[in-house]
Design a protein around this ligand. Structure first.
Ligand SMILES: [Ca+2]
Length: 461
């Protein structure tokens, strides 16, 4: 995040949160059997000045719709874990960030439910709040206190027989650094930490002791979706998935006139929704190792060779499905997504070789499957004859019915025919058994679009 934007955004958020919290002031604290995240009133915030409050909501398959609330103090009194807690099962710990989405982040319960549908585990939702201030920087100064309190609970659960490796922390934004510091307190012996758009402001230049890093757990992974604003741009895990380059997400409005959510938070929140979608397991979200997004888009990273042919996948498989040892560190992975659930797309590499040109030119390539087309403009220069670019197409390579190429040229002077020596399509990450689709020696005239139909069948094996 640029320095100039930080104060403005923090103000926007402060106003946003204040108004949301004030709106809830007359809502009484519920003592019902089913608990929810606390909905602190403005007055309660003031009264707690300078204190970090941590409490927990427990959800399991036995009480999916009715959370059990407790504090670690109650464990030391009763000497018993909460009723529904199953010592023999792994535990997922969800830690929210700076409360930017209002007094009760609704996605927390959704994430808990999705985790429970995927695995029979204990889900602990950490409900933490720093009472003195709404300001992000003051909360950052105190997040370690939340981590310390969580570590007391983990110690207690260990005494009851829980193994450190069986804990998987899922931290969102600032919550990812809280998880990281819990990991530090246990010398990196916690099983796994997943950072969902790990908070960037005030953390990018921080020491690894003060932020999430690969030494915080046996396996640390991060999903980056807003690294130019609220998220962190550096790698913080063993592997780091950068979605659509990690900065801007498809379908998130870029207009400053769109609503506060869609403009300010859409990119940041996308990590949570993509992660939930991956937990549903409807389609694979696979990251391709590459040095930079630019290199990835230019087709310089095509294979999973660095991972023995199997690239890391977002989701719950052990170590993201990585089979190589030792684990990589701070490995950047790139993938394209669509704008809505389940977010998966196919990454099609378009490679074009043309005969040398007298003037710069432009072609527009369209891939068509059924009635859906994906367009890609390709500027052609005088000094190059070989081009490659990665396109996002909702269908697999074997499902592409036709390809169209238009000579869109320069509108201010006449561009002659463009001779295309070859145009090839292949899928990334590449499957060794899959041949690229190629068409050779075609002339693309201005005003006369070229089109080619592919006759192919998907191999179902
Ligand atoms: Ca750390």
């Amino acid at each position: 995040m640029s320095r100039t934007h930080t104060p403005v955004l923090l103000c926007v958020l402060t106003v946003c949160i204040t108004s949301l919290v004030l709106a809830g002031t007359d809502e009484a604290q519920s003592d019902d059997e089913c608990a929810d995240l606390n909905n602190y009133t403005f007055l309660e915030y003031r009264q707690q000045r300078g204190k970090v409050q941590v409490q927990y909501l427990l959800l399991t398959r036995r009480n999916m719709d009715c959370a059990e609330r407790f504090r670690h103090e109650s464990l030391s009194e009763t000497q018993q874990p909460p009723t529904n807690f199953n010592i023999s099962r792994p535990t997922k710990v969800i830690i929210h960030g700076f409360r930017i989405t209002g007094s009760r982040p609704t996605w927390v319960r959704l994430l808990a439910r999705t985790l429970l549908e995927a695995q029979d585990v204990n889900v602990l939702v950490v409900d933490w709040i720093y009472g003195a201030s709404f300001a992000y920087n003051q909360v950052v100064e105190n997040y370690k206190e939340a981590a310390l309190q969580i570590s007391v609970l983990i110690n207690q659960l260990q005494e009851h027989g829980c193994k450190l490796q069986s804990f998987h922390f899922i931290g969102i934004s600032l919550g990812a650094h809280v998880a990281g510091f819990v990991g530090t307190l246990f010398e990196g012996k916690i099983g796994r930490i997943t950072g969902l758009d790990v908070a960037g402001p005030l953390f990018k230049g921080a020491d690894t002791y003060d932020r999430l890093d690969p030494s915080d757990a046996l396996f640390v992974e991060a999903i980056h979706t807003d690294s130019d604003y609220f998220g962190i741009s550096i790698s913080v895990g063993h592997v780091d998935f950068f979605l659509n380059g990690g900065k801007d997400q498809t379908g998130c409005a870029r207009s400053r006139f769109s609503s506060v959510f869609s403009y300010v938070l859409c990119d940041h929140m996308r990590a949570i929704y993509v992660y939930m979608s991956a937990l549903n397991g409807s389609c694979p979200l696979v990251g391709v190792p590459c040095f930079s997004y630019e290199d990835f888009l230019q087709g310089r990273c095509l294979t999973c060779d660095a991972f023995n042919g199997k690239c890391p996948t977002i989701g719950l498989s052990e170590n993201s499905g990585i089979s190589i040892s030792p684990l990589p560190k701070e490995q950047k992975l790139f993938l394209l997504t669509t704008s809505s659930s389940p977010f998966c797309t196919h990454q099609i590499l378009l490679q074009v070789e043309v005969s040398p040109l007298d003037k710069s030119a432009e072609v527009e390539v369209t891939l068509v499957t059924e009635n859906q087309g994906t367009e890609q403009k390709l500027p052609l220069r005088k000094d190059t004859t070989v081009y490659s670019v990665v396109m996002s197409h909702p269908f697999a390579l074997c499902e592409i019915n036709s390809m169209k190429i238009k000579n869109t040229g320069n509108r201010f002077y006449r561009q002659g025919d463009i001779h295309v020596k070859s145009v090839c399509l292949s899928e990334i990450p590449s499957q060794s058994r899959e041949e690229p689709l190629c068409v050779n020696n075609i002339d693309i005239r201005r005003g006369a679009p070229w089109s080619h139909d592919f006759v192919q069948v998907c191999d179902s094996s």
